[in-house]
Design a protein around this ligand. Structure first.
Ligand code: RB5
Length: 153
């Protein structure tokens, strides 16, 4: 799968590890920065990953900051992005199966590298179920987004 990765300084080292892990698993990884662990701003990388998805350059994204919270908030500002902070494997796959999550957010100061790898594996291994009730709920989510987009026109 084509996967975009982004992280600020808080997530930089975990991003490097995840990039290596995913490449070894055969995924096509686009590393959108940061490229060092100097202080940087998580919205820049969350936005870069979100754009890679909305422009269909990748299918999924992983954004990492210290807590995962800021990157998650920023990524969700982009229409079409469904980003979620995951700390357990059930949510990492169920969030895709039911909610069509397309960006996994990780907190590098909260979880360890092995759990992070398992979360990414569960996230990328899952696909949207397409079940009617989940499609219906997602349509409602999209309606909320479209309502606000229309209000800005
Ligand atoms: C950076 O210190 C930290 O605030 C950032 O990585 C992230 O945790 C924000 O949510």
């Amino acid at each position: 799968m084509r996967v975009a990765l982004g992280a600020d300084h808080g997530g930089f080292h975990l991003k490097q590890l995840i990039a290596e892990y995913l490449t070894n698993q055969g995924h096509q990884v686009s590393d959108l920065g940061a490229f060092d662990d100097l202080p940087s701003d998580y919205p820049d990388y969350a936005y870069a990953v979100a754009r890679a998805i909305t422009e269909k350059r990748v299918e999924r994204g992983v954004v990492i900051c210290g807590s995962g919270v800021g990157a998650c908030v920023a990524a969700n500002k982009v229409p079409g992005i469904r980003a979620a902070l995951m700390q357990d494997c059930y949510s990492a796959h169920q969030g895709v199966e039911h909610d069509d999550v397309n960006v996994l957010c990780l907190g590098a100061r909260v979880i360890g590298p092995e759990l992070a790898k398992e979360l990414v594996g569960a996230f990328l291994g899952a696909s949207f179920s397409g079940e009617e009730r989940h499609v219906r709920r997602l349509e409602k989510v999209k309606e909320i987004e479209e309502e606000y987009l229309k209000a800005r026109e």
